[in-house]
Design a protein around this ligand. Structure first.
Ligand SMILES: [Zn+2]
Length: 81
């Protein structure tokens, strides 16, 4: 019962996060590129999708995207954090 409830909450929260992520990506004009699979992780080169994006780094008007691999996440923070 509680587990069902928790997974319901998790789904709702994920939907909200995805919505605001989409909005932000649209603002910087990257939503299309990500949906087409044209954006790659700046560290490992894996294709970035809405569900594996962990960081967006802005550098001199350019954007770098980091996947949800912990190695990439921590290396990105080391390099640009
Ligand atoms: Zn990566």
């Amino acid at each position: 019962m509680i587990e069902k409830y928790l997974s319901f909450i998790t789904e709702k929260v994920e939907a909200i996060i995805t919505d605001s992520l989409k909005e932000n990506l649209e603002k910087i004009e990257y939503l299309d590129k990500i949906e087409k699979g044209e954006v790659k992780c700046a560290i490992c080169g894996k294709v970035i999708k809405l569900n594996n994006l962990s960081l967006i780094i802005e550098e001199e008007g350019d954007y770098k995207f980091i996947c949800d691999d912990f190695k990439c996440y921590s290396e990105a923070l080391d390099r640009w954090g």
